[in-house]
Design a protein around this ligand. Structure first.
Ligand code: NAP
Ligand code: MG
Length: 507
C-alpha cells in the first residue's frame, strides 16, 4: 500500500518526481515533500573579501562562481583574492592584534564571543538554510548539528577567555598573534567555529580562508562579526583557490597556522611552515574502523554504523568507513544493515526528511565514483539500495561493499563519500591488527557489551578519538585530532585552547 501524507501548503521547490518520491520496494509508504523555506535568507549576488570589518573587492577585481551542488544553480559570486589581498588581510589582523585585541582583558573578549554565540543562535535558521544550499548537506543536519555545535563552540571558548591562567596552572599563557586558518567544505560553519572561537578566546586575531565551494556561511558570519561590534581586523575572511591558502599560511607575519583538509595539502603546509616560528595544527584525513563484537546490541550498532558513514554523505574526516564485524554475527548484522540502508532517503537537502543530501562538488563526486569503480574491479561485492536519484545535482547512492580485502583501495584510501567497506574478524587481536592497518589514525568505534573490552580496545586502537557504543559524537569540551597521517594537534577542549597560546617553556 502506498500512503501519501497531505502536501503542505508550500509547494515543493521542485517537481516531486525528480526527488525520487515513487514508492520503493521494502518502503511501505512515502513522505510528502517537506521543503524548508528559503525566502527568509538573503544571499547577495556578490561578496567581497572581509577585511577590517568591510566587504572589499579583490585587487585586481576578480570573482568566481559559487553554486548549489543539489541543483547546480549559481548562488553568488565571491572575490578571488590576490597575493596583495593576503597582505592586506594579514596587515589588518596585525594592526587589530597590536592596537585592540591583545590589549583587551579576557573578560572583554569573552563578551564579544558570547555575543557571537547568541547571534548564531538567533540566526540559526538562516545559517542552516544557507549552509545546506551551499554544501548539499541535509537541512536536518545543518539545523540540528552544524549550527548548534558552532554556537556551542563560541559559548564554550567564551567561558575560557578570562580564565587562561586557570586553564594552564603554573604556566604563563600568552597569545601568539596572527592566526592563518584554512578550512574545508564538509562542515563550513562548524570548522570556522572550531578555528575562530579558540583563537579569539586566547587573544589572537585571524584570517580565515574557507573552501572555494563553500564560502557563503563564512561571509554570513562576517555579518555576525559586524553585528557583534567586534573591533575591525580581529576577524578577516578571504576567498580564493588553494594557492591563496598557501600564500596565507606562508606569510611571514603570521604566527599560527591551523589547517583542516586533505593529507596531501597538509603535508605541503607542514613543509612550508617547517623551520619558521609558526605554531601548526593539522587535522587531516581518516579511514576509521568501526568494530562490532558479537555481544554488541545489534540494532543500536546498526544506527551507529549508518550514522558513522552516511552522516553528511560520508564527507566526514572521522567517518566510520571500515566496518569490522565479528564473524559469528556477520550474517544477521549484514541483513539488518542492508534493510536499514534501503530506508535512507536520498535527495533534496532542503527537505526536512532527507537523510543523504548532495555531494559537495562534481570533483568530489567523480572521486567517489572512481574509488567505487576500483572496488568493483578489484573484486568486492557492491550493494546499493534501489532508490531514485534527482536528475540534476551531485548525488551518489549510499553504497556498501562486502568481500573486501585489506589490500583493496576501498579499504585503504579515504573515499569521503557514502561508501562503507565491510570486513570481518574472529578475535579481538585480529580486530585491533586490522583496524590499525591504515596510514591514518583519526577516529575509531567499538561496539560491545563488555566494559573491560571497551577499555582494552580503546587503548589498543591507534586513533585520536575512540567512540564506544556510539559514533560521530562531538562536544566543544572534548579534544579532537589525530595520529600518523591524520595530522597533529587537538581542537576542542583545553587542548584546543593551548594550540593558540604560547605557554612557559614553549617557543
Ligand atoms: P583540500 O585541497 O585539502 O582543501 C581543503 C582546504 O585547503 C580548502 O580551503 C582548499 O582551498 C585549501 N587548499 C587547497 N590547496 C591548498 C594549498 N596548496 N595550500 C593551502 N591551502 C590549500 O581538500 P579537497 O581537494 O577539497 O578534497 C580532497 C580530499 O581531501 C577529499 O576527497 C577528502 O578525502 C579529503 N578532505 C578531508 C577533509 C577533512 O576534514 N579532513 C576535508 C576535506 C577534504 P580550495 O577549496 O580553494 O581548493
Ligand atoms: Mg584540493
Amino acid at each position: 500500500m502506498t500512503l501519501t501524507k497531505k502536501a503542505e501548503s508550500r509547494p515543493p521547490s521542485r517537481p516531486s518526481a525528480s526527488w525520487g518520491l515513487a514508492s520503493r520496494p521494502g518502503v511501505p509508504w512515502e513522505y510528502a515533500p517537506a521543503p524548508e523555506a528559503t525566502d527568509h535568507v538573503q544571499i547577495r549576488p556578490e561578496y567581497g573579501l572581509f577585511i577590517d570589518n568591510e566587504f572589499t573587492p579583490a585587487r585586481p577585481k576578480k570573482t568566481f562562481q559559487v553554486i548549489n551542488p543539489a541543483t547546480e544553480e549559481p548562488l553568488a559570486r565571491v572575490a578571488h583574492a590576490s597575493k596583495a589581498d593576503v597582505d592586506r588581510a594579514v596587515g589588518a589582523a596585525r594592526r587589530a592584534y597590536a592596537r585592540t585585541w591583545s590589549r583587551l582583558p579576557g573578560s572583554e573578549r569573552a563578551k564579544y564571543l558570547y555575543r557571537i554565540a547568541r547571534i548564531l543562535q538567533e540566526r540559526s535558521r538562516e545559517f542552516a538554510v544557507v549552509e545546506t544550499m551551499n554544501s548539499g548537506k541535509p537541512i536536518k543536519e545543518s539545523r540540528d548539528v552544524d549550527v548548534p555545535l558552532a554556537a556551542a563552540h563560541f559559548f564554550y571558548y567564551a567561558g575560557w577567555a578570562d580564565k587562561l591562567d586557570y586553564a594552564f596552572p603554573g604556566l604563563t599563557p600568552r597569545s601568539l598573534g596572527v592566526a592563518a586558518q584554512v578550512i574545508p567544505w564538509n562542515f563550513p560553519l562548524l570548522m570556522l567555529a572550531w578555528k575562530i572561537a579558540p583563537a579569539l578566546a586566547a587573544g589572537n586575531t585571524v584570517i580565515l580562508k574557507p573552501a572555494s565551494t563553500t564560502p557563503l556561511t563564512a561571509y554570513l558570519f562576517a555579518d555576525v562579526v559586524r553585528q557583534a561590534d567586534l573591533p575591525p581586523g580581529v576577524v578577516n575572511i578571504i576567498t580564493g583557490p588553494g594557492e591563496i591558502g598557501m600564500e596565507l599560511v606562508s606569510h611571514p607575519d603570521v604566527n599560527k597556522v591551523a589547517f583542516t583538509g586533505s593529507t596531501a595539502v597538509g603535508k605541503m603546509i607542514a613543509r612550508a611552515v617547517a623551520g619558521t616560528h609558526k605554531k601548526l595544527t593539522l587535522e587531516l584525513g581518516g579511514k576509521a574502523a568501526n568494530v562490532v563484537f558479537d555481544d554488541a546490541p545489534l540494532d543500536q550498532a546498526i544506527e551507529g554504523i549508518i550514522n558513522g558513514i552516511y552522516f553528511n554523505q560520508g564527507e566526514v574526516c572521522c567517518a566510520g568507513s571500515r566496518l569490522f564485524v565479528q564473524e559469528s554475527v556477520y550474517g544477521p548484522l549484514l541483513d539488518k544493515l542492508k534493510a536499514r540502508l534501503s530506508t535512507l532517503r536520498v535527495g533534496d537537502p532542503l527537505d526536512k526528511n532527507t537523510d543523504v543530501g548532495a555531494i559537495n562538488s562534481a570533483t568530489q563526486l567523480a572521486k567517489i565514483q572512481e574509488l567505487v569503480d576500483s572496488g568493483v574491479q578489484e573484486g568486492a561485492e557492491i550493494f546499493q539500495p534501489d532508490c531514485e536519484l534527482p536528475t540534476r545535482g551531485y548525488f551518489f547512492r549510499p553504497t556498501l561493499f562486502t568481500s573486501v580485502s585489506q589490500s583493496h583501495r576501498i579499504a585503504q584510501e579515504e573515499i569521503f563519500g557514502p561508501v562503507l567497506s565491510v570486513l570481518t574478524f574472529r578475535t579481538p587481536e585480529e580486530a585491533v591488527e586490522k583496524a590499525n592497518n591504515t596510514p591514518y589514525g583519526l577516529s575509531a568505534g567499538v561496539w560491545t557489551e563488555k566494559g573491560s573490552r571497551i577499555f582494552k580496545m580503546v587503548a589498543a586502537m591507534k586513533a585520536g578519538v575512540v567512540w564506544a557504543n556510539t559514533f560521530n559524537r562531538f562536544d566543544p569540551t572534548s579534544p579532537f585530532g589525530g595520529y600518523k597521517e591524520s595530522g597533529y594537534g587537538r581542537e576542542g577542549g583545553i587542548h584546543g585552547l593551548g594550540a593558540y597560546l604560547s605557554l612557559d617553556g614553549e617557543s
